[in-house]
Design a protein around this ligand. Structure first.
Ligand SMILES: C[S@@+](CC[C@H](N)C(=O)[O-])C[C@H]1O[C@@H](n2cnc3c(N)ncnc32)[C@H](O)[C@@H]1O
Length: 411
């Protein structure tokens, strides 16, 4: 409905309204309210899982499992959640998704708000009147997707309230690629429990490795040819001509915003994923953005260089206006809320189980989680995180990825 009123490019529109939108959010405390709601929902959900188990075992099993059992399993996963996030097998542990979300969800969510604000300030925030397609690779408990959902909701509310009709856009379609069943289950139930009607509720793909969007498109085309040949009782040659005349497959699997948040963390793995990265970057719509968010420091430099090379090779350009280093804050009001979240969960655990300080120390559970006196910032806490931003801009007709075959040539 809104698009009939838009006479300006998104870039101009965002430039025109961005400061006012940011001021409106400050005035209304929008960001903080959304952050607090997420923190409250997370507390409720984690405590629910610690009480009856993540898969409702406590309620269903004949011998009722007790919170001590669930809390011990939860605590056992905590050290790995800090030091072993790169290992996909880690997420197979019972309660790993809950432990990961408890430690990282709020921080990653608020970092992704910072990312979206950077995109807004550079006036390159992905926009679409009808169908904003978002893909989060290595979704985990979906901190980035929850941030996207809330941020665009705020933008929508602002545009509506101020009567900026062209800025009133549709709700983003949130999609992901996530290998771990525990993570997918967490995301589904958590979205449900926190009444997030826009989800995310599911991911389209489990495995990133081997994923080729070009192949998916040609598989769809082949399946349709076979169906038409059968239904029309005709030759495959004729069915091919018919399908190519009647259908387009190029529009399948297109994204306005593609996210890699703490996913591209190992050099050898990224080197092996060249084809997958090219294919995924290739699904970007005209004007779309790829963001890569992750750690900072020398260890990551070769990884980011490899990602830059792939992006350049496929015709994406890095956006110079968007800073590549974003400071981490350990003392602002959101940081205090994260600390409060840790206090709430561990106070509950200690009040409802036999778990004591000796247990926590013996299991090497980070003190900043369970000791209210300990500050969030530790000696090893990073001062900043990295943000790479690539855009597919200008001349879509010039873009022809070699690896995607004939079906993906055009926009
Ligand atoms: C470090 S977590 C990042 C989660 C989230 N994006 C964040 O920023 O907190 C990495 C996630 O990627 C998932 N993952 C690892 N290898 C994968 C693969 N080959 N395909 C899909 N997901 C994968 C893991 O299960 C895990 O949930």
């Amino acid at each position: 409905m809104a698009h009939q009123y838009r006479t300006l490019s998104w870039h101009r529109l965002l430039n025109r309204h961005k400061q006012e939108f940011l001021a409106w959010m400050d005035e209304n405390g929008t960001r903080l309210k959304m952050f607090n709601k997420l923190a409250e929902d997370l507390e409720q959900y984690v405590i629910h899982c610690l009480t009856i188990g993540p898969f409702y075992e406590g309620r269903l099993s004949l011998i009722r499992l007790r919170p001590t059992y669930f809390c011990e399993q939860f605590a056992n996963c905590i050290p790995d959640v800090f030091t072993n996030c790169d290992d996909p097998h880690m997420y197979e542990q019972y309660m790993a998704a809950q432990a990961y979300a408890h430690v990282h969800l709020l921080e990653r969510y608020r970092r992704f708000w910072d990312v979206l604000i950077c995109l807004l300030e550079a006036a390159v925030l992905p926009m679409s009147e009808k169908n904003l397609q978002v893909l989060d690779v290595g979704t985990g408990p979906a901190p980035a997707l929850y941030a996207v959902s809330d941020f665009y909701q705020a933008l929508h509310d602002f545009a509506h309230e101020q009567g900026y009709i062209s800025l009133i856009t549709s709700t983003p379609k949130l999609d992901g690629i996530e290998l771990s069943y525990n993570m997918r289950h967490f995301m589904h139930i958590f979205s449900e429990m926190s009444y997030r009607t826009n989800g995310p509720y599911r991911v389209t793909f489990g495995q990133f490795e081997g994923l080729s969007f070009g192949k998916l498109r040609s598989d769809k085309r082949r399946a349709l040819i076979s169906r038409e040949a059968d239904e029309q009782d005709t030759s495959e040659e004729y069915a091919k001509e018919y399908v190519d005349f009647m259908h387009s497959f190029d529009h399948l699997y297109r994204h306005h915003l593609i996210i890699f948040s703490n996913f591209l963390t190992k050099g050898d793995v990224v080197a092996n994923w060249q084809k997958e990265l090219r294919s995924t970057f290739g699904t970007l719509c005209h004007g779309g953005i790829v963001v890569v968010v992750g750690g900072s420091g020398e260890k990551y430099d070769p990884i980011y260089q490899a990602v830059r090379d792939i992006a350049k090779n496929i015709g994406l350009s890095e956006i110079p206006e968007v800073s590549t280093k974003i400071p981490c804050n350990y003392s602002d009001i959101s940081a205090q809320r994260i600390k409060e979240h840790y206090n709430t969960i561990w106070a509950w655990i200690r009040a409802n189980t036999d778990i004591d300080e000796a247990f926590l120390t013996s299991r090497k559970i980070a003190k900043k989680l369970w000791n209210p006196q300990k500050r969030l910032k530790e000696a090893s806490s990073p001062p900043e995180f990295t943000l790479l931003t690539f855009r597919r801009s200008g001349r879509p007709w010039k873009w022809k990825p070699a690896s995607e075959g004939r079906l993906a040539k055009k926009d």
